[in-house]
Design a protein around this ligand. Structure first.
Ligand code: PLP
Length: 420
């Protein structure tokens, strides 16, 4: 039966509500414990890289550096060369650090607060604002919240945000930053197009305005179309704004999320600025791990091959989520969801005003969902509509059970709302 809920007669809607309540009570009674909250690689994905734990690592890098010792703040050329090629960045414009790109994003903001960027005043004490495309990545927003940065939400369209709206905001000199996940955005899978990117690197903005260009999913295609990352650093330079972009990436969802390598790609001036501060914070990154990764991955093609193996594991999970949502919610007109071609997430938009209720109902049934509102600054989803689904970690059976349960919760919350 696929009648839209809004077309049901009051009696039919009440009957459906009763049936869904019974289904939900059964779920609660079953006492399952399922979790689709975070975009973590599954054990099967981690096992793809089992050899990384046993591979022999030489003691010296190609430039003769002893990787066991201090030093080498830019990271090893071997690994920078591989990821420079993958990201379309010259090796001199990319540095390799420790296991988390999020920590570089945080440090970049902290350094700006304490020391200022490009000879400008430190941000500390100023009313600093960031443009925050929504829905977006909760941990980006958490950095802003933690540092007292005001976030200005802008709607993330099919090819990126509306550039006229962004340009208007960026004209305010207190707007100092913007979050961008240009490929397979977390959580709705949007891919920025050339027109948008060229506009973003060209628009006038404060001299210390930077875009946190988080290319966490640049290589994480879910289809055979392996589109190359857009050459944002080159376009920024061509536009006369060579310092506009801090590009970030990491191997977190390529090798081990807890034991990988992060990258910062940017202009020479930005990298010198960053290293000037990062060099006080640390005497050098974990070069043993960098060399281990370089030996293990071999070259850019080695990474692409590995990403295809990840894809084999991930695509059936995304297909399963789509299949269950289509079977259970198709034609009911209470939800829409994304069909990402890459990345780690599906965005499920439920009937306005019911996302929190769906998450609460799922929790009662032992299914942990990312909190409603997490994809918006300060957890404030004005429509109470968006739920992020992360299908990567659970096994297929667990995922199936969780998504059947979530579908019941979506329908039940909508029926409750319509009956209220
Ligand atoms: N950026 C985005 C958009 C993410 O979704 C994630 C993890 O989910 C990260 C960064 C985390 O990156 P890292 O593991 O390199 O700190």
């Amino acid at each position: 039966m696929t009648t839209p809920l809004t077309d049901l007669s009051p009696d039919d809607l009440s009957a459906l509500h009763e049936q869904l309540s019974d289904e939900h009570a059964e779920l609660v009674a079953r006492g399952v414990s399922l979790n689709i909250t975070r975009g973590k690689p599954s054990p099967a994905q981690l096992d793809l890289n089992a050899d990384l734990l046993t591979i022999d690592v030489p003691s010296h890098a190609e430039d003769g550096q002893d990787v066991r010792n201090y030093g080498g703040n830019r990271g090893l050329t071997e690994i920078r060369r591989i990821f420079g090629e993958l990201l379309g960045v010259d090796v001199d414009h990319i540095i390799a650090a420790d296991n988390s790109s999020l920590s570089i994003m945080h440090d970049l903001a902290m350094f700006a607060f304490v020391h200022g960027i490009a000879g400008e005043k430190p941000w500390f004490g100023q009313n600093v604002k960031f443009i925050a495309p929504v829905p977006g990545y909760d941990r980006h927003f958490a950095i802003c919240e933690h540092l007292g940065i005001e976030m200005i939400p802008v709607e993330l369209g099919e090819h990126g945000p509306d550039v006229d709206e962004v340009a208007k905001l960026a004209a305010d000199p207190s707007v100092k930053g913007m979050w961008v996940v240009p490929m397979y955005a977390n959580p709705n899978g949007v891919v920025y197009d050339e027109e948008t990117v060229r506009a973003l690197v060209s628009m006038p903005a404060a001299p210390d305005f930077r875009m946190w260009w988080d290319n966490a999913y640049a290589l994480h295609h879910l289809t055979d179309t392996e589109r190359p990352p857009l050459p944002v650093l080159q376009w920024a330079e061509e536009a006369g704004n060579p310092d506009r972009v801090f590009e970030l990436a990491s191997t977190s969802k390529i090798t081990f999320a807890g034991d990988g390598i992060s990258f910062l790609a940017s202009s020479k001036a930005n990298l010198d600025w960053y290293l000037g501060h990062a060099g006080i914070r640390s005497i050098g990154p974990d070069k043993v791990n960098q060399l281990r990764h370089a030996k293990y991955l071999g070259d850019a093609e080695g990474v692409r091959k590995l990403m295809r193996a990840h894809r084999e594991i991930l695509t059936p999970k995304f297909a399963l989520v789509d299949e269950i949502l289509t079977n259970r919610l198709g034609g009911r007109e209470v939800a829409t969801w994304t069909h990402p071609t890459g990345g780690y997430f599906i965005t499920l938009d439920v009937m306005d005003g019911t996302a929190s209720r769906v998450v609460a109902l799922a929790k009662e049934a032992g299914i942990a969902l990312t909190p409603a509102g997490a994809s918006h600054p300060l957890h404030d989803d004005p429509h109470d509509r968006t739920i992020r689904l992360a299908p990567s970690f659970p096994g297929m059976d667990e995922l199936r059970e969780a998504m059947e349960g979530v579908s019941t919760c979506v329908l039940l919350a909508a029926a409750e709302k319509l009956l209220a």
